[in-house]
Design a protein around this ligand. Sequence first.
Ligand code: NDP
Ligand code: X2W
Length: 346
Amino acid sequence: MLRVAIIGASGYTGGELVRLLSTHPDVTVTAATSRQHEGKPLSSIYPHLHQRTDLICTNPTSAQLAELADFFFCAVPHQAAMALVPGLIEAGRKVVDLSADFRFRDIAVYEHWYQTHSAPELAATAVYGLPELYRERIRPANLVGNPGCYPTGIILTLAPLLHAGVIDTRSIIIDAKSGTSGAGRSASIATLFCEINDGFRAYKVAGQHRHTPEIEQHLSDSAGHPVTVTFTPHLLPISRGILSTIYATLTTDADEDQLRELLHQRYHNEPFVRVLDRGEQPATQYVRGSNHCDIALTIEERTNRVILTAAIDNLVKGAAGQAVQNMNLMCGYDETAGLTQVPLFP
Ligand SMILES: NC(=O)C1=CN([C@@H]2O[C@H](COP(=O)(O)OP(=O)(O)OC[C@H]3O[C@@H](n4cnc5c(N)ncnc54)[C@H](OP(=O)(O)O)[C@@H]3O)[C@@H](O)[C@H]2O)C=CC1
Ligand SMILES: CC(=O)N[C@@H](CCC(=O)OP(=O)(O)O)C(=O)O
C-alpha cells in the first residue's frame, strides 16, 4: 500500500481527499496535517468521516514532513504551498499540489497575478494536472500542479473546439457560477450565511480573477496561438458545484451534431467527461460528489454562436477528485480508483 499524507486535511479539499481515498484499494492515508486542530481526530472536525477514518491531525515540522508518507497531497493556500513542496520533492517524494503555486509554466505570469515565487525553478518543471489533456506528461511527473476549479470545466469544454479551429478565438465569453465551498473553510464575512443565502452576484469582473491567465494559457495551447477571454465568476448560494456557460462565434458551417461529434470523438474514452445529447443540459446536482465533468453544446443559429455549458463539482473534479486521478496516473494505478462514485442526486 502506498503511504499518503494530506497537508491541510482540515480544509474542504483535504476533507474531500480523505473521503475519496477511504475507498481507494492501493493507498493508506498515514498523515493528516492541520496547525489549528493538532491532536484532534479528523472525524471530530468532519463528522461525516466518523468511523471512516481514525486519523489524528498532526502539525509536523518541515523536516518531519517528508518521513510521514511516500506521496503527498498539498491542500493549503497559495504561497504556503511553495514553502512546503520543495523539501518534499528534494526528499524524493511525489506531490500533487492543489494550490496555484505550481500551475504556471511562465513564472512571470504567476508573479504578475499572485506574488513572488520562492521556488521558480521547481515550478517551471511541474506538470499541469488536467489528465484529459496532459495524461502522458502527468504519468512520469514527480510534481503536479492541480488545476483551479473554474479552469477545469472551462478548458475541457473549449479545448476540442479550439483545436479544431471552429470558433473565433476573440469572441469567447465565459460566465461561471460557483458554490461557496470554492472559497474554502476559513471563516470570512464574505462567506457568512446572510451574505450568500438567497442571493446571487458576480465578483472580480473584467479580467480581475486569477483564473483568467490559467484559462488563457491552456486555451492558447489548444488553439496554437494566443487566446484571450472574458471570464466572469459568480457566487451561488449552494455548497458545491460550478456551472459554466460559454459563448463563442462560429467560424464554420458545421451543424450542431457535427460540432458535438468533435466533443464525442475527443472524450468518448474518457471515464469522467460526459458529452450530453441534443436537448440535454448539465446541472451541478447531476455531478455532485462525483469526478464527472458534464458538457452540452448548442448552436444559436440567429446569432451564429455556439453556447457550451459545463458542470463539475468544484471539490471533486475541480480539486480533490482530479488530484486523486493525477495520483493514480503518477503511481500507475487504475485511473478511476477511488473515483467511481455515482453523483449524489437529489
Ligand atoms: N475549495 C475549492 O473548491 C478549491 C480549492 N483549491 C485550492 O486548494 C487549496 C485548499 O483549498 P481549501 O481546502 O478550499 O482551503 P481551506 O481554507 O478549506 O483549507 C486550508 C487548509 O490549509 C491549512 N493551512 C492554512 N494555511 C496554512 C499554512 N500557512 N501552512 C500550512 N497549512 C495551512 C488549513 O489548516 P490549519 O490552518 O489548521 O493549518 C486547512 O487545513 C487552496 O490552495 C485552494 O486555493 C483548488 C481548487 C478548488
Ligand atoms: C467561490 C470561490 O471563491 N472560488 C475561488 C476559487 C477556488 C479555486 O479554484 O481555487 P484556487 O485557484 O484559488 O486554488 C475564488 O474565486 O477564488
